[in-house]
Design a binder for this molecule. Structure first.
Ligand code: CMC
Length: 431
């Protein structure tokens, strides 16, 4: 016998309202309040959306207490160790792992869209040469809508598909060129005989004066960083993409909005902020001072790379990233790197401190990704662009899912107004 439909009862004064409860395939039940305002004339209040499910989704599942992250049902550790980024892209976009033929076709499609329209170079040249690569990426991705008119109609499934492939394929080129521009080196064009991660490394580190051999261990580590950041449920930047898209904005504009949101230090900017913090600490003897600052309520300082809105036990991406960090650092022989020494001791000191364990603050993915990227030779300013290029597929998958959802309507939150009530305008001479 099917379970009786569940509901919750909300009592306000003498009135009671029945609110339907939906049960997901995994995770907590969801109380449906869509009709609440119409029936009861009240709003719900949830700044930061800590108790709010904003949409239906079948893409990514997170259990923050158990440290579980699944993409289309597959655990992230299995995907990170057995799969690779483009296969995970296919999985996120289309719902299932591809057959060998499907994967080959998808990889070829992505590989053949990696070049940017040559005129887009003028956009780069318009930026100050010391512009942050995230600023350049936000601008250049937004500007794609000025170039690729044939993939901006969101109501045309074929155009949506073309926009998706273009964004995934071109994002490494866009990010690598933002870097090249910022260091004054010539742009390096993509090469179709290289895999996605190797191509990105080459576009970042090759120069026309000499050839660049991609180290397979570094390329594997790069691919793993992409994979571990590919999607993460309804986080701030993904919700931004969905909100931007809810108005009918074109895909390039929506992804540019996601990039802008990701930049903040509480989100994707944490990897840059974390490494800058490790450098500022400088030597392990200064760690107690910084831990004390992080615990001081009067001091706004936080340990970057620690804590997560959803993970309250451990970040499963951090576990894989830590292994990757060990491999890369072994390969590069940088065990004696001072930043790394601080990272290791800071991690141990924070994990041993009751303040962090009681508040369930553990190292997150960005604590280790910065260490790997630094060892690979990336400047800190490139950490968040690398996160953005990795997350593009997640944003696009969620964007496509949203557009295909019949319940899709413009996102329009309400508010708890605390301002002045109506008052009469006062002429300037009387104020
Ligand atoms: N260092 C010191 N204290 C912290 C930290 C930290 N990194 N993070 C949270 N706290 C404290 C905070 O002061 C608060 O204490 P109290 O309850 O006494 O007021 C408590 O822990 C809960 O903090 P919160 O701000 O309410 O928690 P949140 O879920 O809103 O914030 C977070 C999550 C990730 C924004 C936060 O932990 C943080 O700012 N971390 C540092 C930035 C960071 O590493 N971000 C990357 C997240 S992973 C990558 C991504 O998904 O983008």
């Amino acid at each position: 016998m099917a379970d009786a439909p569940k509901s919750a009862t909300l009592t306000i004064g003498d009135n009671s309202y029945d609110l339907p409860i939906h049960s997901p395939t995994a995770g907590p039940d969801v109380v449906d309040i869509r009709k609440l305002y119409g029936q009861a004339g009240v709003f719900t209040y949830d700044p930061g959306f800590t108790s709010t499910a904003s949409c239906d989704s079948t893409i990514t599942f997170i259990d923050g207490d158990e440290g579980v992250l699944l993409h289309r049902g597959y655990p992230i550790d299995q995907l990170a160790s057995k799969s690779h980024y483009l296969e995970v892209c296919y999985l996120l976009l289309y719902g299932n792992l591809p057959s060998a033929a499907q994967l080959e076709e998808f990889e070829s499609l992505v590989t053949n869209h990696t070049m940017l329209h040559e005129q887009m170079q003028y956009f780069y040249r318009g930026f100050r040469r010391d512009a942050h690569p995230m600023a350049i990426m936000t601008g250049v991705v937004g500007a794609m809508s000025a170039f690729y008119h044939d993939s901006t109609d969101i109501h045309d499934a074929h155009q949506r598909e073309v926009a998706s492939i273009r964004l995934i394929a071109k994002m490494p080129t866009i990010a690598a060129w933002a870097y090249k521009f910022s260091i004054g080196q010539p742009f390096v064009y993509p090469r179709n005989d290289l895999d996605y991660a190797s191509n990105f490394l080459r576009m970042c580190f090759a120069v026309p004066a000499e050839d660049y051999e991609v180290n397979p261990i570094l390329s594997r580590a790069m691919d793993r960083i992409f994979t571990l950041h590919a999607d993460h449920e309804q986080n701030a930047s993904t919700s931004t993409v969905r909100l931007a898209s809810s108005s009918g904005a074109n895909p390039f504009a929506c992804i540019a909005a996601g990039i802008a949101c990701l930049w903040g230090p509480a989100h994707g900017g944490a990897n840059q902020a974390c490494l800058e913090m490790l450098k500022e600490i400088g030597t392990p003897d200064r760690i107690p001072e910084y831990i004390a600052r992080a615990k001081d309520k009067e001091d706004p300082f936080r340990l970057m790379g620690f804590g997560h809105r959803v993970y309250k036990n451990f970040d499963p991406r951090a576990t894989v990233m830590k292994q990757s960090a060990d491999e890369v650092l072994d390969l590069l022989g940088v065990e004696n790197n001072p930043v790394l020494a601080v990272a290791k001791e800071l991690e141990a000191a924070a994990l041993a401190d009751p303040y962090f364990s009681e508040k369930k603050l553990f190292p997150n993915v960005d604590f280790y990704s910065g260490v790997i990227l630094e060892a690979m030779g990336f400047p800190t300013s490139m950490f968040t662009p690398i996160f953005a290029l990795s997350r593009t597929v997640g944003w696009i998958s969620q964007w496509k899912e949203m557009i295909a959802d019949p319940q899709n309507k413009i996102g329009r939150p309400r508010q708890l107004y605390q301002g002045e009530t109506t008052r009469d305008y006062v002429d300037i001479e009387n104020r």
